[in-house]
Design a protein around this ligand. Structure first.
Ligand code: GDP
Ligand code: IMO
Ligand code: MG
Length: 421
């Protein structure tokens, strides 16, 4: 058996949570492979909206086991809050949610360092979610990090204190006020809650599951253009959000990867700082934001909006080896005067059709092709046969350009508003 991967192709918030939830019925295991509480994955069904940050989006199904992989960073306090929110749904969490021992812990001081580093950057700030993501991954690669498995050791408190002291030294370089005891108390309480879950060596667990013929879906967070290596650096997150990240974030060999589902919005959004060539600063951008309800699921910040960007999508498809495309939020585009698709960039006076080394700066202009838009409301559509002609044309155009089939079109936030092709 192979592991399928589902990930975002843009700057995050493509609708990954919704589709993982829709697909979970076909899988035995859902495994988050990177990121942490910077993610906000929204699921909607039976009139209720759920937002998950650390917990995989398969949690609402009876059968599936949900794994938090080694590539994930966990803030026990946020994780505890997530679990408390789920308590009312009687999900039998201890039998359905397991955590990799090699996943790293976000300490209260990681969050302080994130805040201090962002405020010191001033105008060049990343627009981080301030959840401590960057500093935690820095300690992971710097070989100082604290892992879930350390909680089981007698030396846990000692290890915690060593790392905390290192952080306090670093914090002396910043002007930042804090009351660490106030932050540590809930953190250690949340560690006790975390201990109630089963910790696993996920790489062994997954290898065994594959041997037994179990079907596994790896769930990504953020999006390809936020990848630390291939995103719009330095305006990125601190993990590998691409399909290779599923291998390192779960302990899966590359030849065990099956399908790669690439999720994209029918337009494009970005939250936080950084370049966004097709961003709209006019009424059309405002209309996309309003119609798409484009406000962050984690921070509530307004998302920047613009037209779909084909050079960036092609780049993402290539890097991830996408086998199936899934187009989200098609309903949001209904009844626009026309649709625009960025096909090329004017970059330093030259017309190019690829994403160059750096797009930070003002020297990149999108070149658009205009397509007719459909008038119909799509939110009640239940089958592809009901798609308006202009939507079919839009899909056919994108498929021809991207050279990958669009196998799913989403027409609303609810589980049911999902059309398979
Ligand atoms: P994720 O981070 O990729 O899981 O995406 P988010 O949950 O942060 O953002 C996607 C937002 O769009 C959520 O509010 C979803 O409920 C919503 N959404 C998902 N699919 C659709 C869709 O097809 N149409 C509309 N209108 N909203 C959608
Ligand atoms: P999901 O999984 C959208 C963005 C932040 C910021 C940059 C770095 O819901 O798609 P970080 O907190 O990681 O240091 O922030 O990355 N960012 C996201 N944008 N969706 C996300 O996750 C994001 N996670 C981080 O806004 O620009
Ligand atoms: Mg999100």
């Amino acid at each position: 058996m192979a592991v399928d991967i589902l990930l975002g192709l843009q700057w995050g918030d493509e609708g990954k949570g919704k589709i993982v939830d829709v697909q979970t019925k076909d899988y035995d295991i859902i495994a988050r492979f990177q990121g942490g509480p910077n993610a906000g994955h929204t699921l909607e069904f039976e009139g209720i909206k759920h937002v998950l940050h650390t917990i995989p989006s398969g949690i609402f199904h009876d059968k599936a086991i949900n794994i938090i992989g080694n590539g994930v960073v966990i803030d026990p306090v946020i994780f505890k809050k997530e679990l408390e929110k789920l308590a009312q749904f009687n999900l039998d969490i201890p039998s359905k949610l397991i955590v990799a021992r090699k996943a790293h812990l976000i300490l209260p001081t990681h969050r302080l360092l994130d805040a201090a580093s962002e405020s010191a950057k001033g105008k060049t700030k990343i627009g981080s979610t301030l959840k401590g993501i960057g500093p935690t991954y820095m300690d992971k690669t710097g070989r100082n990090g604290l892992r879930i498995g350390d909680i089981e050791l007698d030396s846990f408190k000692e290890k915690y204190n060593t790392l905390k002291e290192k952080h306090l030294e670093m914090l002396k370089h910043f002007e930042i006020q804090f009351d660490l005891e106030e932050l540590e108390k809930p953190w250690f309480e949340a560690i006790e809650d975390l201990k109630k879950l089963t910790f696993i060596d996920a790489e062994h667990y997954i290898a065994k599951a594959l041997k037994e013929g179990k079907k596994i879906l790896a769930e990504g967070a953020q999006g390809t253009l936020l990848d630390v290596d291939f995103g719009t650096y330095p305006f990125v997150t601190s993990s590998n959000t691409i399909s290779a990240g599923a291998c390192t974030g779960l302990g899966i060999a590359p030849n065990r990867v099956g399908k790669v589902f690439g999720i994209f919005k029918a337009y494009c959004t970005r939250v936080g700082s950084g370049p966004f060539p097709t961003e709209l600063f006019d009424e059309t951008g405002e209309r996309l934001q309003k119609a798409g309800n484009e406000f962050g699921a984690t921070t509530g910040r307004a998302r920047r909006c613009g037209w779909i960007d084909l050079p960036a999508l092609k780049y993402a498809i290539n890097i991830n080896g996408v086998t199936d495309l899934m187009m989200m939020k098609a309903d949001v585009l209904s009844d626009f005067p026309s649709l625009k698709v960025c096909t090329h960039y004017n970059y330093n006076g030259e017309t190019i059709d690829y994403l160059p080394y750096s797009i930070n700066g003002d020297d990149i202009e999108p070149i658009y092709k205009e397509l007719p838009c459909w008038k119909e409301d799509l939110t009640g559509v239940t089958a592809e046969s009901e798609f308006p002609k202009e939507l079919n044309d839009y899909i056919a155009y994108l498929e021809a350009e991207l050279e990958v089939p669009i196998t799913l079109v989403s027409v609303g936030p609810d589980r049911k508003q999902t059309i398979l092709r």
